[in-house]
Design a protein around this ligand. Sequence first.
Ligand SMILES: [Mg+2]
Length: 405
Amino acid sequence: MSKYVALVDCNSFFCSCERKTNPELNNRPLCVVSGERGCIIARSTEAKLMGIKMGIPLFKAVQEYPNCIYITANHQKYFEISKKIMYILKEFSPNIEVYSIDEAFVDLTGLQKAYKKNYFQIARLMKDKIWQEIGIPVSIGVSKSKTLAKLASDRAKSTEDGILLLGKSKIKNYLKNVEISEVWGIGKKLTIRFRKFGIKTVNQFISKDDKWIKNYFGKNGLVTKYELQGKYINHIINNPPLPKSIIDTQSFPEFTSNFDYIKNELNIHIHTACSRLRQIGCKCNKIGVIIKTKDFNYSFLELKLENPTDFELNISKSAYSLLKKMYLSNTPYRSVGIILSEFTSVQNEQLKLFDNEKTTKKNEKLGKTIDKLERKFGRNIIQVGFIHKKIPNKQNFMTSPTLIY
Ligand SMILES: [Mg+2]
């Protein structure tokens, strides 16, 4: 069957997320910044039109463009909204690839029959559904390969519908005036190389023969040529399979029988394993604790959790009880470890059910924040016990309480 791929891309995603929760921001120039002393990481169309550049420091932007609104990024919020959008896309097609927080490839092949609509109409259906249910505007490019779908979605932003369908018969003509630098994966360096060979447009590139392309631009160059010709080479990579388990363990610097010490070490392993879980977007349903004596005898116990989790405090209580059952006070131990298993993908969770769970949400936020802070300040800077600190509001500078110390 003839392949058709859509690339769904959220428009100014972070800004759109902020507008969703605060409609007062609609139609006003808006920038999302990485932090109080950070830089611009997202701009609304109005801000782009004012000439604000991506990546400039906040203080500079405020000086030059005092009429723009600046908001600190709330990545947890964006992640939650992204999950809901991906969930909707999955309702359309089982074969989707989440490419980034605000972009996904969707395999539309064969959906024409199921929906009794053409591909353009299906794209419109997706766009409308995301707008009505989530309140985020998207642009959609539809074509015969991932490379073409990506190009079409970029170009779709300047169309009235926000949708661009590049069917087989239209491809060649369309590519005539497209600059090679617009193509997915072709950055500044490659553009300069192409220029050296006198190649400026996509058509000039694909008119070169295979041997020449392979010689100067390697296998990837050739794949790009075929994809630009409408051949489906780069496949949509459906969500990668989940690992079976995550194990974190390490030998103590010296043998010990001290329960509190062993418990503390277990805590550190729980934390490492949980942040790995969050990284891969999973929750575990089962936990196990393993403890090894000086003489290499080991004990292992596991239990099933009531609810899937990726949060330290939900795991530690059960883990302590397992440890307690195995621990013998006069035995010298050499190591302790945690094993998390039976994973479910966060994306596959029933989102509506999950929405009602305030504590789950709060814990998720905490876990993510710990990971973020650790990336910035180093491992284990945070132990149990949290104080919530709000950043004071400043004029022209709206903040979301995202920092937790
Ligand atoms: Mg985007």
